[in-house]
Design a protein around this ligand. Structure first.
Ligand code: OSB
Ligand code: MG
Length: 375
């Protein structure tokens, strides 16, 4: 593939519902969209799920734009011939960190590559299933009646498991109420790193409620303290923030820091790193699932494809488009089937059509770079 041009968009989309986590709340969702065009006119799309500030991750819209403009695009200007996404990963392997930015660009190359091969993305990456289980992630609601009302709606809609965000003061009580109202539905909690090991009593108490897992209870860069906590409780610990890539998976596995991993392909640097984690996890019997960052329909396509990999053993944080946004920027929008699954599409690449007029509508800044040197 001969890369010709790259477009970047800083997109801001209003969420249908305010989304609160232990690290902050969000009503407007930011991201950087990437469009790469090759010399034959094929366009590949990607999404870096970065926020307006370093809240979930240290990466932001502006750090992603910086890495693209100052580092990655100059590398691609020197190396515009890319046979496959692995070539790109090799070219940017000198860059430490900035995994979401790298992923946004790598995603676009995967889409381009799969369209070039005329194959659906999930088949190109080695996916093994034609539907993926969809779970829903509910923010820190703070009001019990409202939480139960939302769970009613989502169970009715068909979602295959409920995840609630927790934070000190909103943890044991909502779990107790959900078990009382709904019995043993598939349920898990996500602390987004809001606790320390001296609050282990909270997790010993949560241990009594048969949760599928407890996601990222402790510090966002920790593996060791989690291994201590895991030895104190039966409920599987699932790591999210702490796992930056395959290296952390291997180290955490040796330490006993987790029993399950939430893989966000963008957090680990893209689909190739996700495939490497999948392969290691198959060999070592580590169950995975795919997490989300409230992606647009473009980012969601890569989550859906990743969720077809063989090591995925739990429902994913991949909801249908209209759970997040009034209108999505792809056609068709991602839709939940009656059985609580989402189908990867059989068309080439990400399988959805990108609605450029909607991207114009929601983008607050746009940049275009030519990779063919001016004469
Ligand atoms: O920790 O999984 C998380 C959203 C933004 C940042 C972090 C997280 C989340 C979610 C939402 O839980 C999952 C989704 O996209 O549905
Ligand atoms: Mg999480």
């Amino acid at each position: 593939m001969e890369l010709k041009s790259i477009r970047l968009y800083h997109v801001v989309m209003e969420l249908r519902e305010y989304f609160e986590t232990s690290f902050g709340g969000m009503k407007k969702r930011h991201c950087v969209l990437v469009a790469i065009e090759d010399s034959t006119g094929i366009i590949g799309w990607g999404e870096a799920p970065v926020d307006d500030g370093p809240w979930y991750s240290y990466e932001t819209v502006n750090t992603a734009l910086y890495i693209y403009r100052e580092i990655i695009i100059p590398i691609l200007m020197k190396n515009p011939h890319i046979d496959k996404p692995e070539d790109f990963i090799r070219l940017v392997s000198r860059i430490r960190g900035y995994r979401m930015a790298k992923a946004g660009m790598e995603y676009a190359l995967w889409d381009l590559y799969a369209k070039y091969l005329k194959k659906p993305l999930y088949r190109v990456i080695g996916g093994v299933r034609d539907r993926i289980l969809s779970g829903v992630s509910i923010g820190v609601i703070g009001k019990m009646d409202l939480l139960l009302k939302l769970i009613d709606i989502y169970l009715e809609r068909g979602y295959r498991r409920i995840k609630i965000k927790i934070a000190p003061g909103w943890d044991i009580e909502p779990v107790r109420m959900i078990r009382k109202e709904y019995g043993y539905i598939p349920l898990q909690v996500d602390a987004n790193a809001a606790y320390t090991l001296d609050q282990a009593s909270v997790f010993k108490e949560l241990d009594k409620y048969d949760l599928l897992m407890i996601e990222q209870p402790l510090y966002h860069e920790d593996l060791y303290m989690h291994s201590i906590l895991q030895s104190m409780i039966e409920t599987p610990i699932c790591l999210d923030e702490s796992i930056r890539g395959l290296h952390d998976v291997m180290a955490g596995y040796e330490l006993g820091s987790f029993k399950i991993i939430n893989v966000k392909p963008a957090r680990v640097g893209g689909l190739l790193e996700t495939i490497r984690i999948n392969d290691y996890s198959i060999r070592n019997n580590i169950p995975l699932w795919i997490g989300g960052m409230l992606e647009t329909g473009i980012g969601r396509a890569f989550q859906v494809a990743a969720a077809t990999l063989p090591a995925i053993k739990y429902p994913n944080d991949i909801s249908e488009s209209n759970r997040y946004y009034e209108e999505d920027i792809v056609e068709p929008p991602w839709i939940l089937e009656k059985d609580g699954t989402i189908k990867p599409l059989e068309k080439p690449g990400i399988g959805v059509e990108v609605l450029e007029d909607k991207i114009e509508k929601y983008s607050i800044k746009q940049y275009k770079y030519s990779l063919t040197k001016p004469i």
